[in-house]
Design a binder for this molecule. Structure first.
Ligand code: ZN
Length: 248
């Protein structure tokens, strides 16, 4: 009797879900392969059917690990095995679909939660369906924590009764803040300096980052750079100062 007949269907489903429907030995995924549940500690050595002792494995890996040998079976045996295989594939496809539905509803809950939090931070506004479709894209790239942190940062800049434009700017700032916060601290500070420059003077967009990066690499303290960005009078002056520092 094979292991998969011993283990309850619901337990197998839980093991497959935990392992993302992927063989934990070789990385093969359903439905490319038929998956089995393998005992980490074999039954013959006292292993039980608790989830903690179970792992997802494809057939070759499962056989390779077990002490069972492929018998030289008759044509009838092989046919029966193929039929079992087909049933197993069908069952696993159904499991995968159910799993996707579960993930989908989980994602929708997450989208709703984020939309609610955004609405709470933007008095008099709420996230409409279009907004939610954008949030759906965010959660593929960023963690919920990153998004909520970015929301807090973006919302700090809002006035007490923000108009539509302000609210849209805040919303659009969220993914940008998520990206920026993943950058190393120095990089974030250089971007901050660029923001200051942009607000104050004309900035050559194709040169500004490279110039500042080089100057910082050459030893310019990034906080000094920020102070300089707050007082430099024009782009030409800024560029020559950065070049001078970069060229030592
Ligand atoms: Zn495998």
């Amino acid at each position: 009797m094979s292991a998969r007949e011993n283990i309850r269907k619901s337990v197998r489903f839980e093991v497959f879900k935990r392992d993302n429907f992927t063989c934990q030995y070789c990385g093969a995924k359903a439905p490319d392969v038929v998956l089995h549940v393998d005992h980490i500690n074999p039954v013959s050595k006292g292993g039980d059917n608790e989830i903690i002792n179970l792992v997802t494995a494809c057939l070759p890996c499962n056989l390779g690990k077990s002490d069972r040998l492929l018998s030289d079976s008759s044509a009838l045996d092989r046919q029966r095995a193929q039929l079992e295989d087909l049933n197993e594939r069908r069952e696993q496809l159904e499991m995968m679909l159910a799993w996707r539905d579960e993930l989908q509803s989980f994602n929708e809950d997450t989208v709703q939660l984020i939309a609610d939090r955004i609405g709470a931070r933007l008095p008099g506004h709420s996230v409409n369906e279009h907004g939610k479709s954008i949030v759906r894209k965010w959660i593929k790239k960023f963690t919920v924590e990153e998004i909520l942190d970015a929301l807090d940062i973006a919302a700090e800049k809002l006035s007490t009764s923000p108009d539509n434009e302000e609210v849209n700017d805040c919303f659009e700032a969220i993914p940008r803040i998520c990206v920026t916060r993943r950058l190393p601290e120095v990089k974030q500070r250089i971007l901050y300096a660029r923001g200051i420059l942009r607000r104050r003077i004309y900035v050559n967009e194709s040169q500004v980052m490279a110039l500042m990066n080089k100057a910082v690499e050459a030893g310019l303290d990034v906080e000094e750079l920020i102070e300089y960005a707050k007082q430099v009078r024009n782009w030409t002056e800024f560029r020559s100062e950065m070049e001078e520092i970069a060229n030592g």
